[in-house]
Design a protein around this ligand. Sequence first.
Ligand SMILES: CC(C)(COP(=O)(O)OP(=O)(O)OC[C@H]1O[C@@H](n2cnc3c(N)ncnc32)[C@H](O)[C@@H]1OP(=O)(O)O)[C@@H](O)C(=O)NCCC(=O)NCCS
Length: 212
Amino acid sequence: MIPVDAPAPWTAPTRLSPGCETARLRLRFWQVEDATDMLRAIDVDRASFLPWLLWVRSDNRTVEECVAAIERMRDKRERTEPPADDFVIGIFDRQSGLPVGGTGLHRINHAAHVAEIGYWVRPDRRRQGLCAEAVRGLISWAFRTQNAGGWGLRRIHIRCAGSNVSSQSVPRRMGLREEARLVADRWTEGVGWDDTLVWGVCAEEWPSRAEG
Ligand SMILES: CC(C)(COP(=O)(O)OP(=O)(O)OC[C@H]1O[C@@H](n2cnc3c(N)ncnc32)[C@H](O)[C@@H]1OP(=O)(O)O)[C@@H](O)C(=O)NCCC(=O)NCCS
């Protein structure tokens, strides 16, 4: 029988979890103390983030700007009115403790219990499977119940520019479902009008897709 009442909107865990671990990585919120290492990670090759992440031009260019960015992230996730819908998460090397990149649960649709995942990896650690490992860990964490230290979300999606080949490889490699190609949906510098590709996965199908 189809349930009559829609479930209550998703709300963030009352006590945000300290993080989660994968084989090589630790995922946790950025702290102000990470600002210097965050800057170094991006400065390895700032231009390599373009044209995908335009914030590298205007933000995170000095330690002070990294501190300000980390404080903005904290303010956003601790906001209660309107309810927080953006949880930026750092990716750290478990051995060295240094930042490997960034990810997060973004643009949360509370009514649908859905979040979008974005990501970046520092230029000197790319092509080592770290992004896929981090995102796999984040999806498992996102689907875990809040009682078990997770986020209790129901569906995750990832959106990439049609011309961003390295970004698309991540969900494709992880076995997510390619669900849509939104034609000429965005402007990409140096490319022009560009498609958006959408991948999705729901909680109940994740264990088998993650194993695949
Ligand atoms: C996209 C990005 C996060 C990928 O990070 P990464 O750690 O190198 O990715 P992984 O090593 O986990 O690679 C996952 C898959 O993508 C493939 N891949 C990674 N970079 C690639 C590239 N430049 N070209 C083609 N395939 C690539 C890998 O080969 C791997 O597939 P495989 O296991 O079958 O070999 C990284 O290139 C980056 O930070 N780019 C700039 C920011 C950006 O574009 N973010 C995404 C915005 S939507």
